[in-house]
Write a protein that binds this ligand. Structure first.
Ligand code: CO
Ligand code: CO
Ligand code: CO
Length: 346
């Protein structure tokens, strides 16, 4: 019998994150540790931490794991690995090594499933140019899988949340709607074509996008995951002290996602993400409700959101499309801080 991994969990992928509010509350009690070798830490809500080894080398460290986000174990392994590797790519880095993080219910699920998950993960790490050098397992239900990843970067080339410049345009490299699609799959509303498109997009590495960012000496970017497009845009704009003006009509959605939203297929995490940004986000009165929810949809292994200089924007856009991110779009621009709003959505 084929086991659908989605039946093992209520919240899968990046939807399973602890809410940003709860996390901030818990972290508040920790004494602040400052060290000159620490180039990027949690202060700017960046994708990964960066530690300086010497003047030419810094290491990037990140960890990501979550419960199943799809039905098939091999796909799950690929997606979880692509998602974990993405935080190194969002910083502009190169992947060196990864360690498997495995929580698996050995008495509830056949070991065959674990083999498939690990195979999928390993293939993605190989594709990244990195090596899996170990891991850790816990017998636990429901299953969870991911990686801790170590990468490297020149200290002067680090791409962070905190360097968005007024006048930059905003480029997004993958369509939105993975959370809605998976929520729809659970209640058998998602069509097979949409499901397949979303699975393939979540498997796609942000590696080539990251290489293009390095080529153009991009300073500020992030990857879009559990906090949704607006949540991550909010973190970037806040860390940079600017406002992101986002054109909702320019945002690429997977074909079929709008229809799912219209049928009421709205992941609970959309409201959690709204809660996170509400005090610093201005929505146009005319904004379509379904579209608003799409912008808050928790993404798993989403695309890169990149701040690019306007005069290079079309060149970069075309290069990203040629590199396999065919839905890459310019979705807005960076303006100077507008009252208390980090985000304006038109
Ligand atoms: Co990230
Ligand atoms: Co992460
Ligand atoms: Co151990």
């Amino acid at each position: 019998m084929k086991i659908d991994l989605l039946t093992t969990v209520e919240y899968g992928g990046c939807s399973a994150k602890l809410s940003a509010k709860a996390l901030q509350e818990a972290l508040k009690v920790l004494p602040k540790i400052k060290d000159d070798r620490c180039l990027v830490d949690i202060d700017t809500h960046d994708d990964a931490g960066v530690y300086k080894i010497n003047d030419s080398t810094a290491i990037i460290q990140t960890v990501d794991f979550f419960p199943p986000v799809c039905s098939d174990p091999y796909d799950f392994g690929q997606i979880a690995a692509a998602n974990a590797l993405s935080d190194v790519y969002a910083m502009g880095g190169q992947v060196l090594t990864a360690m498997n993080i495995v929580l698996f219910p050995s008495t509830k699920l056949p070991l065959e499933i674990l083999k498939e998950i690990l195979l999928g993960g390993q293939e993605k790490v190989v594709e990244s140019g990195g090596i899996i050098i170990g891991g850790h397992t816990i017998d636990d239900s429901p299953p969870k899988y991911g990686l801790s990843v170590t990468g490297t970067i020149h200290p002067d080339a680090i791409i962070t949340n905190a360097k968005a410049q007024v006048g930059d345009l905003l480029i997004l490299t993958k369509p939105i709607g993975t959370g809605v699609t998976i929520a729809g799959k659970r209640v058998e509303l998602t069509g097979s074509e949409l499901y397949e498109n979303v699975i393939n997009s979540m498997k796609q590495l942000n590696k080539a996008g990251s290489e293009i960012m390095q080529k153009y000496k991009i300073k500020s970017a992030t990857d879009i995951t559990g906090f949704g497009l607006l949540g991550h845009a909010f973190k970037m704009a806040s860390a940079s002290g600017v406002t992101f003006q986002i054109e909702s009509s320019k945002i690429p959605l997977f074909k079929g996602v709008y229809e799912l939203l219209d049928q009421g297929c709205i992941p609970g995490a959309c409201f959690r993400n709204l809660d996170l940004i509400e005090n610093g986000c201005m929505f146009d009165n005319q904004l379509d409700y379904n579209l608003k929810m799409a912008l808050l949809d928790p993404q798993t292994s989403g695309g890169l959101l990149i701040c690019v200089p306007e005069k290079k924007s079309l060149e970069i856009l075309n290069e990203l499309k040629l590199a396999g991110y065919e839905y890459t779009s310019i979705i807005g621009r960076v303006v100077s801080k507008h009252e208390d709003n980090s985000i304006i959505v038109n």
